[in-house]
Design a protein around this ligand. Structure first.
Ligand SMILES: NC(=O)c1ccc[n+]([C@@H]2O[C@H](COP(=O)([O-])OP(=O)(O)OC[C@H]3O[C@@H](n4cnc5c(N)ncnc54)[C@H](OP(=O)(O)O)[C@@H]3O)[C@@H](O)[C@H]2O)c1
Length: 244
């Protein structure tokens, strides 16, 4: 599909593999000039080379990294039209399992990195009267999953940010939306040892999602065609969610 992204400049955070990589690939496939970010390491550079993107190393758990990587990408890409906010999942666990350090780590990586990267990206988007900001959250933001309580608490806050900020920037041609993945078959799902058969039992589509299905949704939200979709959280979950 031609989404008209040719020459748009995009930064996808948390994109050396998994959902971030799939989103970056979808943007590259439509002609965008794409930068990907992950922590420094061979995987970041291998992925950048494999998909035709530029690599920008950053540890999004560190204070200031979200803003710094946006600055680096803007310099490297010659500007920034599309920002995809994504990173690794916060520490997993039920309430009894998690100490203050885990809560703070989850807040830093999920919320602070999003706030700092968006704050850095917005002035340029406002000046050029065009911008797309997409945050990868989770179906757990709407229907909490008992074993990932930090995600259940932090991600609805990001939906609150999107809803609030979209009102401030809509007149400048900027949209902010969230993509809520359900259970998508990335390396992380394999590594965390989820029982895939049990997950599939809960999913009306009777399969896990494919990363490229999330990529396609994000690429559409980044396009001109999606200009009037603003302040929304959209699931890609095979009909998993029951809330209306
Ligand atoms: N897969 C699903 O079913 C699903 C469902 C709902 C929500 N989510 C959420 O969506 C996000 C992505 O999921 P995923 O399955 O694609 O995870 P993943 O396969 O573990 O990929 C995470 C990506 O983020 C990077 N990353 C991790 N920590 C980072 C940090 N501190 N700074 C910079 N980059 C970092 C990783 O690269 P490096 O390790 O090289 O830094 C990797 O490229 C996560 O927050 C996850 O909780 C996933």
């Amino acid at each position: 599909m031609d989404l008209g992204l040719k020459n748009r400049r995009a930064l996808v955070m948390g994109a050396s593999r998994g959902l971030g990589r799939a989103i970056a690939e979808a943007l590259v496939a439509d002609g965008a000039k794409v930068g990907i970010c992950a922590r420094e390491g061979a995987r970041l550079h291998e992925t950048a080379e494999a998909i035709g993107a530029q690599a920008f190393a950053a540890n999004l758990s560190e204070d200031g990294a979200g803003a710094a990587v946006v600055r680096d990408a803007r310099a490297g890409l010659g500007g920034l039209d599309i920002l995809v906010v994504n990173t690794g999942g916060p520490p997993a666990g039920t309430f009894d399992m998690l100490d203050d350090a885990a809560w703070r780590a989850g807040f830093e990586s999920l919320v602070i990195s999003a706030v700092q990267s968006i704050r850095e990206a917005l002035p340029g988007m406002r000046a050029q009267k065009w911008g797309r900001i997409i945050i990868v959250t989770s179906v757990s933001a709407r229907e909490p999953i008992p074993t990932i309580v930090i995600s259940n608490v932090m991600r609805p806050g990001l939906h609150g940010l999107i809803n609030t900020l979209s009102k401030d920037v809509a007149a400048d041609g900027i949209t902010l939306n969230a993509v809520m993945p359900g259970f998508i078959l990335t390396e992380r799902i394999v590594e965390t040892g989820f029982d895939q058969a049990k997950l599939i039992e809960q999913i009306p589509a009777r399969r896990l999602g494919k990363p490229e299905e999330v990529g396609a949704l994000a690429a559409f939200l980044a396009s001109d065609a999606a200009a009037y979709i603003n302040g929304q959280a959209i699931a890609c979950d095979g009909a998993l969610q029951r809330s209306i």
